[in-house]
Design a protein around this ligand. Structure first.
Ligand SMILES: Nc1ncnc2c1ncn2[C@@H]1O[C@H](COP(=O)(O)OP(=O)(O)OP(=O)(O)O)[C@@H](O)[C@H]1O
Ligand SMILES: [Mg+2]
Length: 240
């Protein structure tokens, strides 16, 4: 059996009186790309935030290998190996590219290998090296997204969580982003990906979950979901 890295069972989350997730169960196996897709407001970002401890689970269990994550603060969860690139990137705009990368190595285990991590980031994204001393806020949208991902992979995470990495990027840069995701995957990084770009996401994903108003409406291999007429009709604008 595949090695289960992340297991979310029966997760419910609410913001005040508003329930955003209802008994959601998903899993991510070691070394795979898993896509979470669904309409705006379906609860995709909430699911990611609950996994990384930014919002509290009301009910349910979240396990990373043998560690239970529910109730732990975000910094503990990061230390256990989850790196979350949030929607909107979460960069320090007034700091340089290099300073932002250095912050990616805040984990005690990553610090001794800071130089190595930065070299790895530059190898993955040569453009960031050329712009090492430029303020992050002055990078293009695509470059900022690359920087946010580079910063996340510097800590050698067990699980890389990406919330809409292609948001706001031009079609060419979106393609580069998906190539990058496949490159990281081929280097053994396990990726949990949320995307509006459903076609591309399911194309690269080993497995996918469709969220609908806070519940898992469908799941299957990327290929099966991509071929599913219901999904084509509801999310990819394909008419019958
Ligand atoms: N901080 C918050 N306070 C109150 N309600 C929230 C908060 N964040 C999200 N919600 C609500 O929870 C629901 C799920 O939101 P969420 O951001 O998880 O959706 P999403 O699937 O990521 O959507 P999108 O594709 O637009 O990013 C929505 O109804 C949203 O209005
Ligand atoms: Mg979202």
């Amino acid at each position: 059996m595949a090695n289960r890295l992340l297991e979310v069972s029966n997760l419910s989350v609410a913001y005040g009186d508003v329930r955003a997730l209802w008994g959601v169960s998903i899993h991510v196996d070691q070394g795979t790309i898993v896509a979470i897709v669904g309409a705006n407001g379906a609860g995709k970002s909430t699911l990611l935030r609950a996994i990384s401890g930014i919002v509290r689970a009301q009910e349910g269990e979240i396990k990373l290998s043998d560690n239970s994550l529910v109730g732990r603060p975000p910094e503990d969860i990061a230390r256990l190996g989850i790196a979350h690139v949030p929607e909107g990137r979460g960069l320090f705009r007034h700091m340089t590219v290099l300073e932002n990368l250095e912050l990616g190595a805040f984990q005690p285990k990553a610090r001794p290998r800071l130089r190595e991590g930065i070299d790895k980031a530059y190898a993955l994204f040569p453009r960031l090296k050329e712009r090492a001393h430029q303020k992050a806020g002055s990078l293009s949208g695509g470059e900022q997204q690359m920087l946010a991902i580079a910063r996340a992979v510097m800590s050698d995470p067990a699980l890389l969580i990406l919330d809409e990495p292609s948001l706001g990027l031009s079609p060419l840069v979106v393609r580069q982003m998906f190539t990058l995701i496949q490159t990281l995957h081929s280097q053994g990084v396990t990726i949990l990906l949320v995307e509006q770009n459903i076609h591309q996401a399911l194309k690269v994903a080993d497995y996918g979950f469709v969220l609908k108003t806070g519940e898992v409406a469908m799941q299957g291999t990327g290929r099966d979901l991509l071929a599913n007429p219901e999904i084509q009709k509801a999310y990819m604008g394909v008419l019958e």
